[in-house]
Design a protein around this ligand. Sequence first.
Ligand code: UD1
Length: 355
Amino acid sequence: MRVLSIVGARPQFVKLSPIAHALAAAGHDHVIVHTGQHYDAKMSDVFFTDLGIPTPDVHLGVGSGSHGVQTGSMLTQLDAVIEEHDPDWVLVYGDTNSTIAGALSAVKLHYPLAHLEAGLRSFNRRMPEEHNRVLTDHAADLCLAPTEVAMRHLADEGLAERAVLTGDVMTDVCLRVASESDGRPLPFASEVGDDFILATIHRAENTDDPVRLRAIVEGLAGLSRPVVLTAHPRLVAKAKQQGLDLTGGSLHTVDPVEYPTMVAAVRAAAHVVTDSGGLQKEAFLLRTPCTTVRTETEWTETVDLGWNVLALDLDGLGALVERPAPAPTDATPYGDGHAAEATVATLAERARPRA
Ligand code: UD1
């Protein structure tokens, strides 16, 4: 079987890692296409190096742009790439512009399309990620769902027959890296000590609304412990445009960190404050309490189990971060760390026989 993976943004490199390893272990061909959506070394290259992902076979180099420009420039190149490699499956990941571009190109060329991390919903139609994931699920021949909740969403939308519950590949990589990076020194330890809050903010809903972004930055700066803010380029650019200081009060802002450092930092942190989907879940997997700066989450299990709370009122951020510790749990809503093998087995079972 030949699988062609299309990735472009940081969280997709993390998901690609266990899939690349599982495909290689099972002896399948794997073609990796990097769209170039994320291009800074710290947002891209270090993930390939640290997570042992083979160098991409094709790099489209699209870079930044409006949604239409970015997605369109991927589309103009993808048809030829997919036809040249003639895969049994085109595999797209998550919910970014690279996902929807890969999905559109594959279905229009009549190549079988599989969507990894299918069925997630925020029900917030203003999020670019929500458009991308809904449209991709409906285009896909195979929806690889990480959770029971995702399976229910797919069934509710009439997609039950195409849906398979595989578990979450982010659990595979997070648990593996956590066991390998135990005791890894943190680059900011000498400045912040060992009682710190880890924060990330990058979503368009938070960064692109000046009033909201100011409230978030001031809320983080006003927390009572040091806040290590690993700053996504989008946050840095928007803060600069709006004249916001990312170094005031409790804030200790650093460049994006590589994945093993992030995992070690989540583990060591007293609390995580984020708007990232992946980080909410990593905080749960590593049992660090999390506050999510959004009005909804796709990872509802983290909230139901008490480890994640949505900061609906930004004025209350300090109280949420200082809330009592959640009850311990051994629940595994995100699988047992073998989702990539299940994904590869499902792809192999359902591959169309070649003519
Ligand atoms: C994208 C995804 C989002 C995902 C996030 C993870 C979409 C619509 N959004 O958001 O779902 O959670 O990636 O990071 O696909 N930039 C750089 N260097 C880079 C990458 C980006 O400077 O390597 C800057 C550019 O100014 C760019 C901005 O960040 O315009 C935003 O990048 P973009 O790819 O549009 O979306 P993200 O905010 O990263």
